[in-house]
Design a binder for this molecule. Structure first.
Ligand SMILES: [Zn+2]
Ligand SMILES: [Zn+2]
Ligand SMILES: [Zn+2]
Ligand SMILES: [Zn+2]
Length: 135
C-alpha cells in the first residue's frame, strides 16, 4: 500500500516536472523549488530495513517470542533426584520468553530506531532543491 502510494506520487511529480519544462517561461533562467522525487518534499522516506513498520521479526526466536532453554531444575538431564524431572517432564528443556525480544517476537528496527522512517537518501532531508530552469 505504502509503496504504491510512493510510486504514484513520484509519477505525478515527474509529470509536473516535464510540464514545467515545456511551459513557455520567462526569458531568463529561473530558480524554482522542486520537491524531492523520492520523498515528495517531506525529507523522510520509509525505512528500507523494516519496510516502514519500525519493527523486525526477532531472528533469535523466529518471531515466536519463545525459545527452548535447558530446564533450570535438572540442568537439561531430564532427571531430578534419580526420578523424572517434574519441571520438564523428562525432556530436559522448557520453553521460556525469548531473551532478545522479551517474548514479543519483534524487536525495534535498528536502522530507524523503531519509527519506520529515515532521512531521505536522495535529498538528505532537505525535501527538495532549487532548480535552475533554462528559458
Ligand atoms: Zn527438568
Ligand atoms: Zn525473540
Ligand atoms: Zn526501520
Ligand atoms: Zn527526499
Amino acid at each position: 500500500m505504502r509503496k504504491l502510494a510512493i510510486v504514484v506520487t513520484a509519477g505525478a511529480l515527474a509529470a509536473f516536472f516535464l510540464a514545467g519544462l515545456a511551459l513557455p517561461g520567462a526569458a531568463h533562467a529561473e530558480q524554482r523549488w522542486v520537491p524531492c522525487s523520492k520523498c515528495g518534499g517531506n525529507g523522510e522516506q520509509y525505512c528500507d530495513n523494516c519496510g516502514g513498520r519500525g519493527q523486525l521479526h526477532c531472528t533469535y526466536c523466529g518471531g515466536g517470542g519463545q525459545m527452548k532453554v535447558y530446564c533450570p531444575s535438572c540442568g537439561g538431564s531430564g532427571q531430578y533426584g534419580g526420578d523424572t524431572c517434574g519441571n520438564c517432564g523428562g525432556a530436559g528443556t522448557v520453553m521460556a520468553a525469548c531473551d532478545n525480544c522479551g517474548g514479543a517476537g519483534v524487536v525495534a528496527c535498528s536502522s530507524c530506531g523503531g519509527t519506520g522512517v529515515v532521512t531521505c537518501t536522495l535529498c538528505g532531508g532537505a525535501g527538495g532543491r532549487d532548480w535552475n530552469f533554462p528559458d
